[in-house]
Design a protein around this ligand. Structure first.
Ligand SMILES: NC(=O)c1ccc[n+]([C@@H]2O[C@H](COP(=O)([O-])OP(=O)(O)OC[C@H]3O[C@@H](n4cnc5c(N)ncnc54)[C@H](O)[C@@H]3O)[C@@H](O)[C@H]2O)c1
Ligand SMILES: [Mg+2]
Length: 352
């Protein structure tokens, strides 16, 4: 096919373009911004910025939840000017998404010490006053954000953290340079390209048919039980990770395995949580808890779990000195997995 195919072809392209869904158009636009530094710089002119300070997002408290305010490039430049700061810090911003109307969204950390920002450590309290908000740890705020902001800020924090931790090439020791969107970093001395990393983690709700297995680590908030989770080792398939983790942590052998859903999880670093249901053979349910990994593990009936899901707020629970039993909050995939088990006793098997 020749490169130039005339009016008919242009018309065809026009119709193809018109037929693209909003989702596809948005995805193609984001792809262009990731690849093309000039296009991304242009998008910053009309884009919106979310602010962080040492990886804590700037939030404003409304009646029942936190809201994440956005700022235009002009507003940011004015703000930086008021604080006597160089607008060079804007080069540290990372692309985190865009609206359906193709307004690009960026995240910028005003408190991290980055190689390309001269005065990166701005006064936190003064910034908060000027911005009429507070920089709040994501571990505290995540569950009080709407779904869209929770997802955007999780992505933003993961990307900002990755850039902060990958300032130097692990081969040459030289400073790496980020592209405008922040989708990669390159070592100018040897052209090695570094891409943001995600660690795959499986999270599995094990059932014996009538009961499910819930576990707790000593690091969990008091009284909270969750499904069993573990990082994938190099060389493993997801199925192998599930079998190994369950054997390692509670001494059980998996009989059948079903995929459920997945979720990006920002804590403690960026992980991709892959959620599964698993069953063990009837009669092979005796737990041998690995106390190096877990503080406790136990079987719970459907009724017990359903009751806890209905009143799942530790502070609402009336208890006479006893530690309340509760489950992870709605936003966590563990919650969705447990709810799915309570509502749908049988799940469809993983497609071959
Ligand atoms: N979103 C949810 O609903 C949910 C629920 C439970 C756990 N999680 C997340 O799952 C993750 C893994 O759970 P776990 O702690 O039981 O895993 P785990 O059972 O694999 O134990 C953690 C240990 O694995 C090792 N490890 C191997 N690869 C690692 C890597 N890439 N990063 C960090 N440590 C690594 C470390 O020694 C670490 O102490 C945790 O980060 C936790 O935040 C999320
Ligand atoms: Mg684990």
């Amino acid at each position: 096919m020749s490169l130039y195919c005339g009016t008919a072809c242009r018309r065809k392209f026009f119709w193809c373009y018109r037929l693209l869904s909003t989702y596809v158009t948005k995805t193609r636009y984001l792809f262009e911004l990731k690849e093309d530094d000039d296009a991304c710089k242009k998008a910053q002119q009309t884009g919106a910025f979310y602010l962080f300070h040492n990886l804590a997002p700037l939030l404003q408290k409304s009646e029942h939840q936190y809201l994440a305010p956005q700022y235009s490039l002009l507003e940011l430049e004015r703000l930086l000017g008021n604080f006597g700061q160089d607008s060079q810090i804007l080069e540290d911003s990372v692309l985190i998404g865009c609206s359906e109307q193709q307004e690009a969204w960026f995240a910028l950390d005003l408190g991290l010490n980055s190689s390309c920002s001269i005065n990166a450590s701005l006064q936190k309290a003064e910034m908060e006053t000027a911005l009429q908000g507070s920089f709040i740890k994501l571990t505290k705020a995540l569950f009080e954000l709407n779904v869209k902001d929770a997802s955007l800020l999780s992505t933003a924090q993961a990307l900002l953290r990755w850039h902060d931790a990958h300032q130097f090439c692990s081969r040459s020791g030289q400073p790496t340079k980020k592209n405008v969107s922040g989708s990669k970093r390159v070592c100018p001395s040897n052209n090695i390209i570094y891409y943001p990393q995600v660690a795959p983690v499986v999270i599995t709700l094990v059932s014996d048919g009538t009961r499910c297995l819930l576990v707790r680590q000593s690091s969990f908030p008091k009284g909270m039980y969750s499904a069993l989770a573990g990082f994938c080792d190099i060389g493993e398939s997801l199925e192998e990770t599930v079998r190994r983790e369950i054997a390692e942590e509670v001494g059980l052998e998996v009989d059948r395995l079903y995929y459920s859903a997945s979720q990006h999880w920002p804590f403690p670093n960026s992980t991709l949580m892959i959620a599964c249901h698993a069953t063990v053979k009837p009669g092979q349910t005796e737990l041998q808890v690995n106390l190096r990994e877990l503080e406790a593990a136990a079987w719970f009936s459907r009724d017990e779990v359903a009751t806890v899901l209905r009143r799942n707020n530790p502070s609402n629970q009336q208890h006479s000195g006893a530690v309340p039993f509760w489950l992870p909050p709605k936003l966590a995939i563990a919650h969705q997995l447990i709810k799915e088990w309570v509502e749908k006793p049988t799940c469809s098997p993983l497609p071959a």
